[in-house]
Write a protein that binds this ligand. Structure first.
Ligand SMILES: *Cc1c(COP(=O)(O)O)cnc(C)c1O
Length: 401
């Protein structure tokens, strides 16, 4: 069906942060399949885990115990705020589970009138019928009405607006600690803390959508950890399977206890194969020192991008984000920058607010970041507006390699 606007490239294989196209071209992958191929391509630990598990047993359904899922859930809860995990296959499904769990919690706590979820402008929560309503973006809703009831929207990073939107029908709050599709827009630390305070004050549930920013992407296992805030539930997906379809809802006991048998489920979710992939990803992400290294790599990359912005002010205007979830705000159309990057052999992903996303595999090296910055600079030169004042170019600093 014509629902995707695909670029005319087909990849043959990958190796680490590199993708090799069928026509022989070679690309440095700073898109990672939209922040998903967290261990890069052809990672030996991940591919071995998948191959071995596929040969043993791929799928049994949730009629039986799945030791791989039990192990993955134990590791995720041990490393996070959560008491329990529900596995599914995508980000949208993880968010669906979160909203269902919030509504069910309120219903079981004797407040069935509390079913509404407050979401933020600029959010992205997925493409299912309910999640396009949670997302609230008119572009994604157009033609798919009527919208699913029960989602209210407030400006992002505005605590007063959020508190003013709380009504006797509010069940909870769902926000991304860093908005991904919206343009790598980080929530302020004080905002995230204020959400917890508001949730406590009004007995609401606090949920974070960490489908994109979770699983180590920002340099902590979950991005909300930077704010030292404890949510009631977190949805995650993308990076959790390293490219294998897997999603998860993590929740505390207050929320999780209400998803009793028969209330929610999935045929594929939490299969031996998907969870073997998830465990192989965690083997890397939770290895001692890995996230420390990622934070250092991210900080170094960010400093280089700041220099690039200073050197190419007619093309870029700012850097934002955390860890290896970085965005370059463009001063020319971001799609032009994206095409120029492609020409230079660098894959990046466009996002809202005229941003290009740099979300490489979490295993990216400093040398590969240097290479990406050099290619970005070459791409920027292609994008300089024709009428840019020459003086701007002459005095521009060249970013260090
Ligand atoms: C990608 C994304 C989703 C949707 O995930 P799918 O796997 O495409 O359903 C939801 N929330 C956020 C923050 C995302 O980045």
């Amino acid at each position: 069906m014509p629902n995707y606007n695909r670029m005319d490239i087909a990849f043959d294989h990958g190796e680490g942060a590199w993708l090799f196209a069928r026509d022989g071209r070679r690309f440095l992958d700073f898109g990672a399949g939209i922040a998903t191929s967290s261990l890069g391509h052809g990672h030996p630990g991940l591919t071995r885990a998948i191959a071995e598990q596929a040969a043993r047993v791929m799928h049994v359904s949730n009629l039986y115990r799945v030791p791989q899922a039990e192990q993955l859930a134990e590791r995720l809860t041990a490393a996070s705020f959560a008491d329990s995990v529900f596995f599914c296959n995508s980000g949208a499904e993880a968010n669906e589970a979160l909203v269902k769990a919030f509504r069910k919690t309120m219903a079981d706590e004797g407040k069935p009138e509390r079913y509404r979820i407050i979401c933020a402008d600029g959010a992205f929560h997925g493409r299912t019928l309910a999640m396009i309503s949670a997302t609230g973006n008119a572009k994604y809703l157009a033609g798919f009405g009527p919208a699913v009831e029960g989602f209210d929207h407030v400006p992002f990073n505005n605590l007063n607006a959020l508190r003013a939107a709380i009504t006797p029908e509010t069940a909870g709050i769902l926000v991304e600690p860093i908005q991904g599709e919206g343009g790598i827009r980080p929530a302020q630390i004080e905002y995230l803390r204020g959400l917890r305070a508001a949730a406590d004050e009004f007995s609401l549930l606090l949920g974070f959508d960490e489908v994109q920013c979770g699983m180590g992407r920002t340099g902590r296992l979950f991005a909300h950890e930077w704010a030292e805030v404890t949510p009631d539930a977190v949805s995650t997906a993308k990076g959790i399977g390293g490219g294998f379809p897997l999603g998860a809802l993590l929740a505390n006991e207050r929320v999780a206890q209400h998803l009793v048998p028969g209330t929610h489920g999935t045929t594929y979710g939490g299969s031996p194969l998907a969870c073997a992939a998830g465990n192989a990803v965690l083997d890397v992400v939770l290895a001692p020192g890995f996230l420390d290294q990622l934070r250092a790599t991210g900080a170094r990359l960010r400093a280089q991008l700041e220099r690039l912005v200073a050197a190419e002010p007619t093309v870029f205007s700012a850097v934002r984000g955390q860890g290896l979830m970085l965005g370059l705000v463009c001063a020319v159309p971001n799609t032009e920058v994206q095409s120029a990057c492609l020409t230079e052999g660098l894959l990046v992903v466009a996002a809202g607010e005229n941003v290009i996303r740099l979300v490489p595999p979490l295993i990216i090296s400093d040398a590969e970041c240097d290479e990406a910055v050099a290619r970005l600079h070459a791409a920027a030169k292609r994008c300089r507006p024709a009428m840019a004042p020459a003086a701007t170019r002459m005095t521009a600093k060249v970013p260090a390699k």
